[in-house]
Design a protein around this ligand. Sequence first.
Ligand code: GDP
Length: 297
Amino acid sequence: MFENLSERLGGVFDRLTKQGALSAEDVKTALREVRVALLEADVSLAVARDFVKAVEAKATGQAVTKSVTPGQQVVKIVHDALVDVLRGAEDPGTLKIDNPPAPILMVGLQGGGKTTTTAKIAKRLKEREKKRVLMASLDTNRPAAMEQLAILGAQVGVDTLPIVKGESAVQIAKRAKQQATLGGYDVYMLDTAGRLHIDEVLMNEVQAVRDVATPRETLLVVDGLTGQVAVEVAEEFDAKVGITGVVLTRMDGDGRGGAALSMRAVTGKPIRFVGVGEKMDALETFEAERIAGRILG
Ligand code: GDP
């Protein structure tokens, strides 16, 4: 679907005379292609522009190594710069869950993959870290969402808080905390309600839940295919609720993952995991190198 950046740059440099160092003109020409590749990968315009400017300064005047073509060399410089921006948390796959029971707040818009990701993370904590996890759905408006979490919990062998009709989100959060304490759980995960768009009511509710739960981690789950929208959602949630990390879902799709770069550049929040499918084990620890490679094509 996309032309590979290396091929593209190869073509650009074939037309240029070989020189001992990357000239300003060579770099400019090459970076025009890089910019197009970034935009095709769904990186936002402002981020692509800033990124290219930073790389331009780095690449100009750099000696051309004998073993690689100038095109390959620019690709490497771009790749390394991408990794620099993308790399966030030192150890993205390790959540702060000491002092049991540690609350993890899951936030995001409806349909972003929040409930699925909650169960995926619970499964991972149980299997890899041998943690006892309790999950609770706070989506009081959508009984189906509550049932969905219970079904996924049964599927992955993780307990869910029994559903009590008529409770508010804050009441459920308090009950989850109590149950997690009494039941000797290491972690309890609160799957908050999503809306189709960010609205005042949603934010107030999530804030109220945050205040009673005082989460160790607040993870925003967003659809990685929504590009700029995902970044705006992250900014909004971070401003209103405060997030400690991001999970990008649907990274198994056709998208090139540019949202990851915009997300890091704009919000500065670490991407912790990527969702790569609907199945319960389709969750990977975020790897800057892998996404950088994918953005470049
Ligand atoms: P929520 O409304 O945010 O809780 O979203 P759900 O967890 O219900 O997910 C919505 C749909 O997206 C479901 O059909 C999930 O199976 C699907 N989904 C979630 N994460 C991924 C992912 O990483 N890849 C793919 N392909 N589908 C996903």
